[in-house]
Design a protein around this ligand. Structure first.
Ligand SMILES: NC(=O)C1=CN([C@@H]2O[C@H](COP(=O)(O)OP(=O)(O)OC[C@H]3O[C@@H](n4cnc5c(N)ncnc54)[C@H](OP(=O)(O)O)[C@@H]3O)[C@@H](O)[C@H]2O)C=CC1
Ligand SMILES: CCCCC/C=C/C=O
Length: 329
């Protein structure tokens, strides 16, 4: 019998999630059954969808999310003891997973070619696949075009901007501090602006005098409306998320964008990365290749310790992370 710990969400979040919305529960894991594996978790991911999806589930529920670990016991020959795996079993230190379960989402750790295993919840995990397919399949950027990405210094945004550079585009990012913006320019972004301090409309007119062709929207809100109002005819918008409003309790006032959508004939498409689940490995292979060849850089904001996952989560929601927010268990 293994003693395990996990985070339970006790009550619906109101505004920014509070520590008392969670409870850490210690429990005995039963012996594994046929088809199951026992996993020792080493890396846990904290992501915005854990906030955004909160209202979808009746409480209490186990906090879901991707993690990376090692198989300690196995009754599934595909996942022998010692095998490194990714699961969607969330914020826990030990867990039992079933690779045949859609919700457990077990898959073998990709061959990272010596890169850090934590990347499997970042650039070589769900956020990397989000950036890859959202940009390439929805925005379809062409060399020479101008791409704007918000949430640019985060897990998804850093990968979006760097893929757009690899594809020969001019890339403009928006992030929440001057330090993040300087770092984005060191990654090769042509321009990066602190959305908290600049006049976004003005800086965009200067940085993209010929207009914007593609917009990868991670944040929503007025910043997105300003960007969309400066797009070129037949521009493409990939709506990935709206983190600017995840903690809001009521919908903010909206700018009327229909005029721009019609006259500029824009294409706007929301997406969930699961749409390409069967092709995530294609994204991972390309991203690993770009990292290994030096064309793409990654950074992680690492929090240490199981007891600190809540702090890592709200820190990420408040912009403490540059790059991917992860927790080392
Ligand atoms: N559609 C899909 O399938 C998926 C969607 N997503 C979405 O992608 C987006 C980015 O996720 P991810 O890269 O994991 O997270 P990040 O690593 O970018 O972390 C979240 C960041 O959001 C920024 N932020 C917080 N509040 C605001 C605000 N009011 N306005 C603008 N930015 C804000 C902060 O950076 P800063 O300092 O710049 O403010 C913070 O660091 C989210 O909207 C998420 O929901 C993610 C994965 C899959
Ligand atoms: C279960 C993995 C899919 C996460 C999609 C995220 C959407 C919004 O943030």
């Amino acid at each position: 019998m293994v003693k395990a710990r996990k985070y339970i969400v006790k009550q619906p979040f109101v505004g920014l999630p509070k520590r008392e919305d969670f409870e850490i529960v210690e429990h005995q894991l039963p012996p594994i059954k046929n088809g199951e594996i026992l996993v020792k978790v080493e890396w846990v991911s904290v992501d915005p969808y854990m906030r955004a999806y909160n209202g979808r589930f009746p409480t209490p529920y186990d906090q879901f999310g991707f993690n990376v670990g090692t198989v300690q016991d196995s009754k599934d020959p595909r996942y022998p003891v010692g095998r490194k795996v990714v699961t969607h079993k969330g914020w826990c230190d030990y867990t039992i997973a079933n690779a045949s379960s859609e919700t457990d989402r077990v898959y073998k750790l990709p061959d990272l070619k010596g890169l850090n295993e934590s990347l499997a919840v970042g650039a070589v995990g769900m956020p990397g696949a989000t950036a890859y397919f959202g940009l390439l399949e929805i925005c379809k950027p062409k060399a020479g075009e101008t791409v704007v990405v918000t949430g640019a210094a985060g897990a998804v945004g850093t990968v979006v901007g760097q893929i757009a550079k690899i594809k020969g585009c001019t890339v403009i990012g928006f992030a929440g501090t001057d330090e993040k913006c300087q770092w984005l320019q060191s990654l090769g972004f042509d321009k990066a602006f602190n959305y908290k301090t600049v006049d976004a409309s003005k800086v965009l007119k200067e940085a993209a005098p010929s207009g914007i062709d593609c917009y990868f929207d991670n944040v929503g809100g007025e910043l997105s409306s300003i960007i969309i109002s400066q797009m070129n005819v037949r521009g493409r918008v990939a709506v990935c998320g709206s983190i600017s409003a995840y903690n809001d309790t009521s919908l903010p006032e909206a700018t009327i964008l229909q005029t721009y959508l019609v006259f500029k004939q824009l294409k706007i498409e929301g997406f969930i990365v699961d749409r390409w689940l069967g092709q995530w490995n294609v994204a991972f292979a390309d991203i690993i290749g770009w990292i290994k060849s030096g064309k793409m850089k990654t950074q992680e904001h690492v929090t240490e310790g199981f007891d600190n996952i809540y702090d890592a989560f709200v820190g990420m929601l408040q912009g403490e992370n540059t790059g991917k927010a992860v927790v080392k268990i």
